[in-house]
Every structure is written in C-alpha cells, then in structure tokens.
Design a protein around this ligand. Structure first.
Ligand SMILES: [Zn+2]
Length: 177
C-alpha cells in the first residue's frame, strides 16, 4: 500500500451528503497520518471547502495529491500553499478547459503530476473513447507545451515526482529484498 485514498469531496454528484463526505475525508486524513502515507484526494465542485478542511486538519506529513485537478488559479494556489501535488488528467486537453490550462504553468515543478483516470476522460484526440494508460502521452504533450518544456522532460519530471510522493523506489527496493 503506497497511499490512502482516493478520498475527498464531490459536491457535483453528491452521492452522499456533504457532512458525511467531510467526516469520511477527515477520517482518511487521520489514517494517512497514523500510517505515515500520502493521501489521494478527489475534488469536484468543492475546492473551497476542501482547502478549508485541509487547512484545519493539516496535511499528512507525507503530503498528497489533488487527483484529476479541475480547479482555477485560486484553487491551485490554495492547494499548493497547503503542500499538495496537483495531478492533471485528459481534461486539460479539452477545448473548453482554458481556465484549467491557465493553472498549469503556476504549479512548481516538484508538485506536478499527470494521470490517466482511465477508463474515463480520454484526452484529445481520443475524447469520448474508452481511455487507456497509453493515451496519457497526449496529456503530457499539452502540459509540456503549456510549461514550455519537451514532452520527454515533462515525462521524466512527473515520473520522478510520483516516485518521490508514493515512495515507489523504496517500495521496489523492499519488494526485491
Ligand atoms: Zn476521483
């Protein structure tokens, strides 16, 4: 096990009432702290409330990631200040995602991640199809262009960041031993 989650808040679908979601999130944050693991956080239409809760509870020592980040610059700034990583999915390639694209160059290099969120959210030019991990290359291309770096450099950076956040190098070492 390399992380606790995903947990978080979804005020778009509201599959459960906000109070129940918040209690569950707080319990997961506590668990991450106890287990000394990072936390994977889902956030939809709840950026402000999530930032409030993280500020009050404090991020776990090992940090965490806002997975499939879809917020604006204000939300990006709040989560970065809290010590979170931000992870971009195929949404960042969508035509109507201008507000999200504005946030990409704001993220410090050591806090940036990309993800598939497969089988959902296939990036352009595969939008609408069943998503698969190989398509993350399209997301990398867009994020790299927004940051003015090559896709190869962006890929290397985000792999390093994922290894560090989730302790994957250490996990591989202990499995081998
Ligand atoms: Zn999610």
């Amino acid at each position: 096990m390399v992380a606790i989650g995903e947990t978080g808040l979804d005020f778009h679908y509201q599959h459960s009432p906000p109070a129940a979601q918040e209690a569950s999130l707080e319990a997961h944050l506590q668990l991450a702290r106890e287990q000394e693991l990072p936390v994977v956080i889902h956030c939809r239409s709840a950026e402000r409330r999530l930032a409030e809760i993280l500020r009050a509870a404090g991020m776990p020592e090992r940090g965490g990631v806002i997975h499939c980040f879809t917020g604006d610059l204000e939300a990006a700034r709040a989560f970065i200040d809290l010590g979170c990583h931000l992870s971009y999915s195929g949404i960042v390639t969508f035509k109507n995602a201008g507000v999200l694209r504005e946030t990409v160059s704001f993220v410090p290099g050591d806090r940036l991640l990309v993800e598939t969120d497969a089988p959902y959210l296939a990036p352009e030019p595969y939008r609408g199809r069943l998503n698969e991990p190989a398509y993350v290359a399209s997301t990398v291309k867009v994020v790299a262009a927004l940051r003015g770096v090559s896709p190869e450099d962006l890929a290397e950076l985000t792999v390093c960041n994922a290894d560090r956040l989730f302790g994957l190098d250490a996990t591989a070492a202990s499995t081998a031993a």
